[in-house]
Design a protein around this ligand. Structure first.
Ligand code: LAC
Length: 219
């Protein structure tokens, strides 16, 4: 495998998207998991629908719009909206992330994030978690104005680093994003943290890992 750059999805792959709702679970109650999953699914649906409708709105506004609907569906006190949004800006990374990124950097790999998030959101996520010195680039889809899995998004690191798509190892926990990057030509690896089932979208990753620690053995 001739990897020149390792590119990571952000939400769900490096950062735990459920951690905002989890931090409010005392107030939300047992339904917090269902609510968190519904919020995430709605948020992603809005990105795909807006791309297809050519009605782009940035990821922060989409996150707020999808939260608003999810709070209504799950009958959650609207006074919590601000707290949930503020927590979404500082989502926690998964436990192994910092150590593994440090080891990959020491091995000399170029490291980047490629995400639906705005530049401001990505900056805040890495800064608040003290990961900002580990990345060469934080690529935001705002630079191309359309969401994943449009190929313009996956083009960004290829153009910047002037390398072939197959020289990029791309990691995502989101099955559709693994397929998007894989169909584009990346060496796409699925971070299957929750023993999920893969999609049928004309791409199967050669590698599936349960968390980032396994990446060190295959890269
Ligand atoms: C992202 C979403 C897809 O970070 O997780 O782009």
């Amino acid at each position: 495998m001739d990897t020149k750059a390792i590119v990571f999805d952000a939400y769900g792959t490096l950062f735990d998207v459920n951690s905002a709702a989890e931090k409010c679970k005392d107030k939300i109650g047992d339904k917090w998991v269902g609510f968190a999953n519904f919020w995430r699914t709605t948020q992603l649906e809005y990105t795909w629908l807006r791309s297809l409708m050519k009605r782009h709105k940035d990821f922060w506004k989409v996150t707020e719009d999808s939260l608003d609907k999810s709070m209504k569906v799950f009958n959650i006190d609207m006074n919590m909206k601000k707290d949930l949004l503020n927590l979404y800006k500082i989502l926690s990374p998964y436990p192994e992330v910092k150590e593994i990124l440090g080891k990959l950097k020491d091995k000399g790999f170029k490291l980047a994030i490629l995400s639906n998030g705005t530049q401001e959101l990505l900056n805040e996520l890495v800064k608040s978690n003290k990961l900002d010195n580990l990345f060469d680039d934080l690529f935001s889809i705002e630079d191309v104005g359309i969401y994943k899995p449009d190929s313009k998004v996956y083009d960004m690191p290829v153009k910047k680093y002037k390398i072939n798509s197959s020289e990029i190892t791309f990691l995502s926990a989101n099955t559709w994003d693994v397929s998007g990057g894989g169909n584009y030509g990346y060496n796409s690896i699925w971070v299957n943290r929750n023993k999920a089932i893969f999609d049928n979208l004309d791409f199967k990753p050669k590698n599936e890992i349960s968390d980032l620690t396994h990446l060190l053995k295959i890269i």
